[in-house]
Ligand binder design. Structure first.
Ligand SMILES: [Fe+2]
Length: 244
């Protein structure tokens, strides 16, 4: 049977959002999952989210910048104060096995004729942000598969390279056209930044070649409560209700 994938990005330790997305995905007939990284950081349930992705979904995963920072001896002096606090707090929560699992994640990888990466394929370890077509062009020169899914900006969007043009589209359901390359940002499960507080993810049906952008409401107040209980910065709780 052809696979129907849910592609999850930037879960960011938000277990309330992740659980809501899993229920939605299963109700949509999803058979398999993919994670494009940043499983941890910002929110208060890193170990729980790692356990679900690693042990329950057992899906292909690439490393996000937060996954990298918490599992490598990185100097945090260039970080914003809130990001630094969240990285240090997350490091303290993880078991040695969790840390080693994050440490070993690849920066990009092929999955069933697709490619997955957290940021961009041209320089994945530099964690560059793709916010426009110009920035997407560099990625396309390194993309050998028709479809590449990514995350990192927390803003869902579609970049397309046809024979003659580069185009950009707002999230909308569509069918993959042969001969066209797509670099698709799936948005963020755990900390949306496009003004819509709902969790974002994408479904890709391998049989029909259809791509669906999904938004899922979840218990934002429960996620905020976890952040406050953990003693993480209040700004991280507030932004969940603003979608920024
Ligand atoms: Fe992220």
């Amino acid at each position: 049977m052809a696979k129907r994938y849910a592609i999850l990005g930037d879960i960011h330790a938000n277990i309330d959002a992740l659980n809501a997305v899993l229920i939605d995905a299963r109700s949509c007939g999803v058979t398999d999952f993919i994670s494009v990284g940043d499983i941890v950081g910002y929110n208060a349930a890193p170990s729980e989210c790692i356990r679900i992705v690693r042990d329950e979904l057992r899906c292909p995963v690439v490393c996000g910048n937060h996954d990298y920072y918490v599992s490598h001896p990185v100097n945090l002096s260039d970080f914003s104060p809130n990001a630094e606090i969240a990285v240090k707090w997350t490091r303290d929560q993880l078991s040695e096995a969790d840390r080693k699992w994050l440490y070993d994640l690849p920066l990009s990888r092929p999955v069933m004729g697709m490619t997955i990466v957290h940021s961009t394929l041209d320089m994945p370890s530099h964690w560059g942000y793709v916010f426009d077509v110009e920035q997407a062009k560099a990625n396309f020169s390194f993309q050998s598969t028709p479809v590449c899914f990514h995350g990192h900006t927390h803003v869902p969007i579609i970049y397309e390279k046809t024979q003659n043009n580069f185009n950009v589209y707002n999230p909308q359901d569509f069918r993959i056209v042969p001969g066209v390359k797509y670099f698709i940002n799936v948005g963020s499960v755990g900390q949306s930044r496009d003004g819509d507080v709902r969790a974002s993810y994408v479904i890709y049906d391998m049989a029909t070649k259809n791509v669906y952008f999904r938004r899922v409401p979840y218990d934002v107040e429960a996620a905020q409560e976890r952040i406050r209980k953990a003693g993480l910065p209040e700004a991280l709780a507030r932004r969940l209700a603003l979608g920024n």
